[in-house]
Ligand binder design. Sequence first.
Ligand SMILES: [Zn+2]
Length: 232
Amino acid sequence: MSSNSDRVNIAHRTLRQAIIEQALKAGTKLPEDEIGRHFSMSRTLVRTVLAKLQAQGLVDTYHKRTATVAQPSLDEARDAFAVRRALEREVVKAVIKRWSPATEKLLRAHVQEEEAAHAKGDVRLSTRLAGEFHLKLAELAGNALLERYLSELVSRCSLILAMYSRPHSSECAINEHSGLINALKKGDLPAAERLMDEHLSSVESRALLEDDLAAEADIGSILSRFSARVAG
Ligand SMILES: [Zn+2]
């Protein structure tokens, strides 16, 4: 029998992934009893999971009402990207100081995964891997607080992108990730900062207003699909 904290982690990761990939669309209700049944957990634990997702900007919870998948407005989206740009400049500075061959190997391997997802035409996986590239960089910065704030912002921005953006070629973003690795490897801080800024601005500009609120979905079947992946 897994511990409560294991179950909270699995439920959190499953829901986070389903929300970021927009299998659970913005505005979808997340009833505590249904989630509890799916993950075999008490309502108290479900509330812990929902609180974590709320802190990441992925879920809205209102007092005594059913939690829903967050629907950030365009203004909130712009604010999130502005803060993210500022934090990612700090990440670039820290990573360049701590650069090693192992760092390069890890980042290049990640870009290869992004390329494979792109080659398969898997847009949702590509979007998730693109976000994870930035989380890996944040981890490499070696500043736990920076990593935590950035991981919240990357989750929030991934949801925003999934909500607002048109399907786009992720090739451009992958090239931009490779270019950034090259600048970091050279130790060229001004170039790395500029590339990161330009990259995040182009990511943001792909976010276009498109009111695409989903029809009610069957949460149980969506979560089953994601549970299988998180467990594997
Ligand atoms: Zn990126």
